[in-house]
Write a protein that binds this ligand. Structure first.
Ligand code: GTP
Length: 252
């Protein structure tokens, strides 16, 4: 129905339905008049039967169509909110995991590498405390743009927690993943962000990477746990660095 509505337009839909209602009313009245009462049809009288639907139908139909469109709009919004993070417009945690699982299975089938990077903005609480929550939000949005700009369209980028992000890199081995996130780390570190409250601030990030090993049977959950573990190691080792799970190599 919604597709039909979109095709013909709201005004035309109301006119069409009103015309059909009037015509049906005239036909039904004339049928009843001739069949039930066996009288000759009084067209003048019958045509007045169309006045009622002609008056009521446009209002009722406009209301029904409006409700249908509102419902459609709400459904779209709910679907969007379930899949995307409202603040950054990146994939939500759930959507990221669902889509990553599909990509991971696809890469496994074709024996291609798959990497996961877990990223956390360093000392984010201090940013919030020093510059305010709104400035913190601006940092999150700005960092999301950096992530989107420096990843491929075939990669998945998600906000998986407050100041935690993840990238799924299909067909990307450990070396390729490290190069991507190192660029993201450098760009983030060099950026001087001026917030709408005119505060200028900078921040750093810590990253943990895990890459699927074609010689081992791994699940996405294991890969994620390893990336998370590597991120933890990066934090413990002093932040603003990348740690790769398998090799535990420091890149900075
Ligand atoms: N502005 C803003 N802050 C958020 C949001 N979500 C979570 N936070 C804040 O992020 C902060 C995270 O603090 P912690 O978990 O201590 O992490 P951290 O300060 O980055 O410390 P390290 O991870 O050790 O570098 C908390 O103060 C949360 O309130 C958000 O959507 N917007």
């Amino acid at each position: 129905m919604r597709e039909g509505l979109a095709r013909i337009g709201r005004v035309r839909a109301v006119i069409n339905i009103t015309a059909i209602a009037c015509l049906s009313s005239v036909l039904l009245s004339s049928l009843i008049w001739s069949q039930a009462f066996g009288r000759e049809i009084d067209w003048q009288l019958i045509s007045t039967a169309s006045v009622v639907p002609a008056l009521i139908c446009p209002f009722v139909m406009w209301f029904v169509i409006q409700m249908t469109l509102d419902l459609h709009h709400m459904e779209n919004k709910m679907r969007y909110l379930a899949s995307y993070d409202d603040l950054t417009e990146l994939l939500s945690r759930r959507a990221f995991l669902t889509s990553s699982q599909k990509l991971f299975s696809l890469m496994n089938r074709s024996h291609k590498p798959f990497s996961i990077a877990y990223i956390d903005i360093d000392d984010f609480k201090k940013i919030n405390d020093s510059y305010g929550h709104a400035a913190g939000d601006e940092v999150l949005k700005s960092f999301s743009v950096i992530l989107e700009v420096h990843t491929r369209s075939s990669d998945l980028v998600g906000r998986i927690g407050g100041e935690e992000f993840a990238i799924a890199l299909p067909d990307t081995g450990a070396h390729g993943a490290a190069r991507v996130v190192e660029l993201i780390r450098e760009v983030s570190e060099q950026q001087m962000l001026t917030t709408s409250s005119k505060a200028t601030l900078s921040y750093t990030i810590s990253i943990g990477i895990s890459t699927s090993d074609s010689n081992k049977t791994q699940t996405l959950e294991q890969l994620i746990q390893q990336a998370d573990r590597a991120l933890y190691e990066a934090k413990v080792a002093g932040k603003n660095r990348i740690i790769q799970f398998e090799t535990e190599t420091h890149f900075t």
